[in-house]
Design a protein around this ligand. Sequence first.
Ligand SMILES: [Zn+2]
Length: 282
Amino acid sequence: MTLRPAAVDTGITFLRTDVAPGTGLVPARWDRVVDTRMCTVIGNDHGVTIGTIEHLMAALRGCGVDNAVIELDGPEVPVMDGSSAPFVFLIDCVGIERQPARRSVIRVLDTVRVEDGPAWAMLSPDATTNLAFEIDFESAAIGRQSRVLRLTEDSFAEELARARTFGFVQDVERLRAAGLARGASLDNAIVVDGDTVLNPEGLRYPDEFVRHKMLDAVGDLHLAGHAIVGRYEGCRAGHAVTNRLLHALFAQPEAWRLERLSDAPATLSTTWSTVGDFRASA
Ligand SMILES: [Zn+2]
């Protein structure tokens, strides 16, 4: 994977370098999402897809990156440790460059809500970007967890970035039987067996599970194309519900507006590449 700087107002764009020339470009946008069952997958009209984009998208949003090109030589963003922390670390290493322009954001003007059974998500007007999330699992290892956060570069790095994805051991076994999640391991996820966390190192935060769900929401919301200014609330919401929320928002032109702020947009100062090397040495 290689991350490159990009021009003002181009947003985040993925480029598959292992497919036929001219077919590999996929803008990281809510209307390019083609699958949300395991992770967030985007695709284009050529049938080229890119999976597991959400933790990288969260890192870009968390670090304040508005514009970037992400080159990949395969169909999936490297999962790393299942969190956004390795991406945040590498983005911090290359640095952020302010661009000579005014930053565009999406300001939420009216409440939009979607639900799917017990899961729901909502966007409503707010002066800054605020998040509230609640989960409720039968497993005593997780239980009911809720958290609120005002999203800033500092709060993302300190409170969300290190929270890892999680799964249940029976799901991992079922997915493996179906030929999926072959790379899933204790190195890239929290694995829960009944009421027990199997990872010998334990949790990184006492409520790492709800923090990771917030991280996912930050990444999936960055598919709006610009940072969203408003309040996001989610309850048991996953990738599908958050994507439906963006569809609902953009279906209501009176519920949002594109606004130019006085501060400058940001891209990467330079190019960084080969996450694989980082993983090998980590
Ligand atoms: Zn996730």
